[in-house]
Design a binder for this molecule. Sequence first.
Ligand code: NI
Ligand code: MN
Length: 226
Amino acid sequence: MQITYYGHSCFEIIVNNKKLLFDPFISGNPLAKNIDIKKVNPDYILISHGHIDHIADAIEIAQQSKATVIANWEIIEWLNKNGVENTHPMNTGGKWMFDFGKVKCVSAVHSSSLPDGSYGGTAMGFIIESHEANFYYSGDTALTYDMKLIGEFRTLDFAFLCLGDNFTMSVDNAIIAADFIKCRKIIGMHYDTFGYIKIDHEEAINKFSNQGKELTLMEIGEVRNY
Ligand code: NI
Ligand code: MN
């Protein structure tokens, strides 16, 4: 399984030879100015909620790649209205078997509205289960006791957790979340992009390792194999 980081909460993960792009926000992120979105060509785009820092490049990348977009009903309706045809609507609690593996939509405690102000439905996280690996992508969320359900009923190899604080979980909350989901390998997201969410990398990594956990903070543009 190969992971590429495009900044903020945007990752491309190759699962069973399919490229899954999560929460495309690249062109509006000054930290990701070296990433050329014309070269981002996923097979699937998964969107956790409607906020601009998760959906900004979704229409353009969906149109150039013809990727199938997976998101909640309201986001899919909005994308359809904006010329994106290849879509698969889901909602919290639901699962579907795709050709790369299974997607389960789980709750996220966060708001969701679309860039034009229209209703964005409910924010979600995703669990991806495949022959290669199982992982959780939290989206934007508070620490929530619902995460215990993930730990009780799924076995995860790694997880993407938001941890920049102010809008989402903090580093300390993400460590508790890692306990709830029973996963010690965490990849951080939703930090540094704006002033409100700057984190001290060394301190965050040390806090995780003091609890017997591994936090990875990828460089933008970096590719890793898991
Ligand atoms: Ni958000
Ligand atoms: Mn966000």
